[in-house]
Design a protein around this ligand. Sequence first.
Ligand code: FAD
Length: 282
Amino acid sequence: MEEKPVTLSLEVFPPKTSEKYEATAENAKKIAALHPDFMSVTYGAGGGTGDFTAEIAAEIQNGYGVPTLAHLTCVSSSREHVTKMLSLYKEKGIENILALRGDLPQDGTRSEDYRYAVELIRDIKEREGDTFCLGGACYPEGHVECAHKEDDLGYLKEKVDAGLDFLTTQLFFDNNIFYNFLYRAREKGISVPIVAGIMPITRAEQLKRSVAMSGTEVPQRFRAIVDRFGERKGAMEQAGVIYAAEQIVDLIANGVGHIHVYTMNRPKIAKAILEQLSEILD
Ligand code: FAD
């Protein structure tokens, strides 16, 4: 039986200021040189760095030939700003968008035009039809703000029905949580491809930050790794890469066809993961 090829994508985030642009572009170039199937470029929830998202995505796509997925958040954006971003993405030749709400700004300011990602998705679909391939975010453990997983899944179904072509998951450290989510999503009638998001944790403080933001469960097996190696930089990096690579091997072995690695502008880590998987992804 012929096996379906697995797609693997990598992520970069844009700089907050123009002074950091060159350094980010350099890291993006190194990550692109690893030839992922596509690269995603995140978007600041505040919306202020959107131009950098478009710029970096265009550079990766047009300069290095790697297709890009540009993120777009709406939590602090007006309809006018979204219009401007859609025009900019089109002008730069960007065809794929991850449509998101964004994390709630701490100062309490909110968009008057959008409350949830579903409104952004409907808006893009209404105005642009099928111009863009649209993705959305999903949460195998439920989104942190949603008290009941079942409600979260219901809202996810609404998002997909509004016109999403695929979903990408929040990071998770226990593949069984992903398999369980996949089962529940399919039962709910969500049939679009679901890309499994894996974050290599290579520093102990990164774990605390990621867990605080995502609410993700940390299995005992991974806690032991961080307890043992967290204070030794090289050892933690190696252990984090191996743990993430093992998760990916297990996902592929169980038929998952799309993997996204949250590489966070770190070509060294991206390369180390791909080296662990060189024969598997061949
Ligand atoms: P939504 O789908 O709108 O969901 C947000 C919350 O509202 C959930 O609790 C949901 O259950 C609830 N909800 C949804 N619809 C309704 C409704 N109709 N009524 C009541 N409740 C509802 N953030 C960034 O700032 N920039 C990025 O580039 C970025 N990239 C990301 C990529 C991925 C793959 C993921 C998983 C997350 C990313 N995030 C990013 C983080 C994301 O913005 C946050 O997790 C945010 O809090 C939720 O965004 P969402 O699009 O999933 O929101």
